[in-house]
Design a protein around this ligand. Structure first.
Ligand code: SF4
Length: 354
């Protein structure tokens, strides 16, 4: 193993704060012994803080309308080839009731940034889903006003997902026209002030991104002190301007996840659907290098193929029961158990929510 890599890994093993350069050194782990040692340590840190239980977060993708035009996303407003939908409230509730029967501890209500819904309407969806079972609610509906975030919190949302996507401000604005990283970070700050458990995260392998950018992503997640971080590979979509770009690299995605686990030991890290799309065993690999969460898609079958942030999403041709069965089998295969709790953040400030 290289000297700089070994020194950085030894520092990580002590739990001391890593420098930017040490994060870069770890992200540069070479295939073979270095990668193995990095993944092994990340797996140990995951086990120490979260044990062998995996939290399931059931996602309901209730609208695929979006006002934004992100270059990497199939839901972008310029994509006229997808059929748009909004799931009626009664059907959302029915899906949530089914999730309750399956024992899910968290429901994620996800949509594009859809201005059709007012803050009060989003709050009402949250209120009614909350009554459908004994679970935590995560909202993932994009950038909204502070008042809307507050309304959703009052209605019962416990968590909010707002990925920062990339910590490079120029790349951010290039790939997400008419939006800025500064504004997004400001909104993540509001969510924290309002008492949400906050999830953020970034895409690995965006065109124009470097290993140094990924180090900045991890440092930003540390600065933001997030409770959850989704780190998934870029998967090009044929109906976007990035259709001809290369997909993110599997090994670099796993290394980013592993280093994130070392830097953010108490943060929930999912084995993302995107990594399962990039490689059939991607989620199993992610669970072996730091991940402790899986987010099965519980959206009714007829809507799934229309929610294509990227194409051929793992599980997009299944129904909720099949998705649940496959995820359960996957966890058995890797020797992990399903948590029966809500899976709140282990941080002291959220202890009353556990
Ligand atoms: Fe909309 Fe999100 Fe897709 Fe951007 S990434 S186009 S905000 S759904």
């Amino acid at each position: 193993m290289g000297e700089n890599f070994s020194l950085a890994l030894a520092k990580a093993a002590t739990g001391d704060k890593l420098s930017r350069q040490q994060i870069i050194d770890l992200l540069g782990a070479l295939p073979g012994e270095e990668e193995n040692q990095l993944f092994k340590l990340a797996d140990q840190v995951r086990k120490q803080h979260f044990g062998d239980e995996v939290h399931l977060r059931g996602i309901i993708e209730f609208s695929n309308y979006c006002r934004n035009d992100c270059y990497y996303c199939g839901l972008r407003r310029s994509n006229k080839q997808i059929q748009r939908y909004r799931i009626p409230l009664a059907e959302i509730i029915k899906t949530a009731q089914y999730a309750a029967e399956l024992g899910y501890g968290t429901i994620v209500l996800q949509s594009g940034e859809d201005p059709h819904y007012s803050g009060s309407e989003l709050a009402e969806i949250i209120r009614q889903v909350r009554q459908a079972g004994n679970f935590a609610i995560t909202a993932c509906v994009g950038e909204r006003s502070r008042e809307d975030f507050a309304r959703m919190k009052e209605a019962g949302a416990d968590r909010y997902l707002l990925k920062h996507e990339t910590a490079d401000p120029n790349l951010f604005t290039q790939l997400r026209p008419a939006t800025t990283l500064v504004e997004r970070i400001k909104k993540i700050g509001w969510l924290k002030e309002l008492g949400y458990q906050v999830g953020s995260g970034n895409i690995v392998g965006l065109p124009g991104q470097t290993v140094a950018t990924l180090a900045e992503d991890i440092l930003l997640l540390r600065d933001l002190d997030v409770e959850m971080a989704g780190l998934g590979p870029f998967v090009p979509h044929h109906q976007t301007p990035l259709r001809d770009s290369k997909p993110g690299d599997l090994s670099l995605t796993l290394k980013t996840l592993a280093v994130a686990r070392l830097v953010l030991p108490q943060t929930h890290l999912p084995a993302t659907t995107a990594i399962g799309t990039l490689h059939p065993a991607g989620r199993q690999m992610a669970l072996g290098c730091g991940a402790n969460v899986i987010m099965p898609n519980l959206s009714p079958e007829s809507y799934r193929e229309k929610y294509q942030i990227y194409p051929d999403k793992a599980g997009s041709k299944e129904n909720p029961a099949e998705s649940h069965r496959k995820i359960t089998a996957l966890l058995t295969e890797v020797g992990r158990s399903i948590s029966t709790g809500r899976g709140d953040s282990p941080k002291e400030k959220f202890k009353n929510e556990r």
